[in-house]
Write a protein that binds this ligand. Structure first.
Ligand code: ADP
Ligand code: BMX
Ligand code: ZN
Length: 291
């Protein structure tokens, strides 16, 4: 019983064969094609899955964006280029001939992380700080997707009314400041043009602007988590994504959250499944839906 799980992010594509007991047997990664055209994505997905699909019985996709009737929609089209309306489920069905389902990446990751703690916890929130900032909410043991798949898009809540314009059209979203793209966009002077990974490396070396950019991201994330606690009364917030998982980041968020009034405090955890939470959550959801 093997699932071919695929994770489509704004920066990277990942795929793995996942067993029924959630063990990853083989995993591959490719950059999300820079041109972000439908043809380039289809070709990249084909290359990615070809060596993995032989024994698979179904396909489970976790993807950035809102997934509506198997099609990819963006709340932040800047993260997706020309991929708006990409027929995700249809494309993977054609490429593999297998039953296929798709879900938002952060919602999928929330489900995997909830699975790890379901014995002790009924209400939790997952936040990915990656190319964008995504979220998934589990309330009373149920994953919230909302009427149209938008539930949990925490990156598009307000951080600063005087902040940068977000790709979604609003001004000052959490994502426009705290995400990898947000950090890179704010980099100036000798950091101009650097990606978030480089900004983190420079901060470790003591670069002042790099340190400030990361501290600003962590501050925005801590305030978001206080808002999330106020709106969901969750028992735990799990943080993932390459920025969220970066050395020292969650410690900063934790310190800043501790400065908020205690009613907004909530235990913070690093994603148990690290970079694989989206893949495994999609596989888990597919086991339920496509079995
Ligand atoms: P995706 O958004 O495609 O799911 P990631 O979770 O890897 O992919 O997030 C990509 C963002 O994380 C980019 O902005 C990238 O610069 C940044 N990033 C990647 N690796 C690191 C790292 N080791 N430390 C800090 N930031 C990183
Ligand atoms: C954006 C949005 C979310 C996604 C989040 C994290 C798009 C294309 N994506 O807020 O759906 O969950 O980014 O995505 O509108 P990632 O690419 O950083 O993993
Ligand atoms: Zn936004």
């Amino acid at each position: 019983m093997t699932t071919l799980a695929i994770d489509i992010g704004g920066t990277k594509l990942a795929a793995a064969r996942v067993d029924r007991d959630l063990q990853i047997r083989e995993r591959r990664e490719l950059p999300t094609p820079a041109s972000k055209t439908p043809d380039a994505l289809r070709a990249a997905l084909q290359t990615l899955i070809e060596p993995l699909q032989a024994q698979a019985e179904r396909v489970a996709i976790a993807s950035t964006g809102i997934i509506r009737e198997g099609t990819l929609l963006a709340i932040n089209p800047l993260n997706l280029g020309g991929l708006m309306h990409f027929p995700l489920v249809q494309t993977l069905r054609e490429l593999t001939g297998l039953p296929t389902m798709a879900v938002n990446d952060a919602q999928a990751a929330a489900w995997a992380e909830y699975h790890v703690m379901a014995d002790e916890i009924s209400d939790m929130v997952f936040i990915t700080v990656s190319t964008g900032v995504g979220g998934g909410v589990v309330s009373n043991g149920k994953l919230l997707t909302g009427a149209g798949g938008l539930a949990g898009h925490l990156g598009h809540t307000l951080a600063d009314p005087n902040g940068p314009v977000c790709g979604c059209g609003r001004t000052g979203c959490v994502e426009a400041i705290a995400s990898g793209r947000g950090i890179a966009a704010a980099a100036q002077g000798d950091l101009a043009g650097c990606d978030a990974r480089t900004v983190f490396t420079r901060a470790v070396q003591g670069h002042k602007q790099a340190t400030r950019l990361i501290a600003h991201s962590a501050q925005v994330l801590a305030r978001l988590i206080a808002d999330v606690k106020a709106s969901t009364d969750c028992q735990c917030v799990v943080v993932g994504g390459s920025v969220g998982l970066a050395q020292g980041y969650l410690t900063q968020v934790h310190t800043l959250l501790a400065q908020e009034p205690s009613v907004y405090h909530v235990p913070l955890r690093t994603a148990h499944y690290r970079h694989d939470a989206g893949l495994l959550g999609a596989a888990l959801l597919a086991q339920g839906e496509l079995s």
